[in-house]
Ligand binder design. Structure first.
Ligand SMILES: Nc1ncnc2c1ncn2[C@@H]1O[C@H](COP(=O)(O)OP(=O)(O)O)[C@@H](O)[C@H]1O
Ligand SMILES: [Mg+2]
Length: 207
């Protein structure tokens, strides 16, 4: 099933064409990886195709609805975003960070949250612990859980492993992939690291 359809999208910034006629079909079980060196427009592309940033021309459909103005509902219900800097609330607890924004998930019990933590290999931590006490790799896994519990249908991830060492980076991408396969979530991830292409159902290299 087609989840996201991007047709001939163009984005110009300060008279420079950053995205030139980009098209992509993302099915609901796709794990799309977009690679490219720094400055090739990965972040711009992700922001445009997720509707965060305005495009200059072209069409983007999410579940057949044209992405444009009035995105709040679509964003809240359908789209998840993982950033390179995880944007966690540093002075808040692990539990609060996982549940943030997940309105309809307030009912998650502590036991369920603990099971989620185990699923991302974070067994020993306490729900009441401040996220700032965790390592970078652990914090990024909390950011992943925060996105997962929202049960969004499509996740956009901008260099989610950018701040992690090699071992943590691979394990994070594997978690994202397993989860997308189990729950049929589509993922569009950009990365400068070609090592992750092995996980992709579709791969695009920007030059
Ligand atoms: N807000 C902006 N103003 C001016 N130039 C920008 C802006 N955003 C991106 N660019 C330019 O667009 C190009 C692509 O940037 P970006 O999408 O961040 O690439 P990447 O994520 O692949 O490193 C770069 O040349 C960058 O300088
Ligand atoms: Mg970038």
């Amino acid at each position: 099933m087609v989840k996201l359809q991007v047709n001939n999208v163009v984005k110009v910034i300060e008279k420079k064409t950053i995205i030139d006629n980009f098209s992509l079909t993302v099915n609901s079980n796709d794990f799309v990886i977009i690679t490219g060196k720094s400055g090739t427009g990965k972040t711009t592309l992700l922001n445009v195709i997720s509707g965060l940033t305005r495009r200059d021309s072209g069409e983007i459909y999410l579940d057949d609805a044209l992405i444009g103005k009035h995105m709040q509902n679509i964003w809240r219900n359908k789209i998840g975003f993982i950033f390179q800097d995880n944007l966690l609330l540093e002075n808040q607890t692990i539990k609060k960070n996982i549940l943030i924004g997940a309105k309809f998930n307030k009912k998650l019990s502590d036991e369920e949250i603990n099971n989620l933590l185990i699923s991302v290999d974070l067994k020993g931590v306490s729900l009441k612990q401040q996220v700032s006490t965790l390592s970078g790799g652990e914090q990024q896994r909390i950011a992943l859980l925060r996105t997962m519990v929202k049960r969004n249908e499509i996740i956009f991830a901008d260099e989610p492993t950018g701040n992690l060492d090699k071992v943590n980076a691979i394990s994070l991408v594997k978690l994202l992939k397993d989860w997308s396969m189990e729950d049929q979530h589509a993922v569009v991830m950009v990365t400068h690291n070609p090592e992750f292409i092995q996980f992709a159902t579709k791969h695009i290299n920007l030059v």
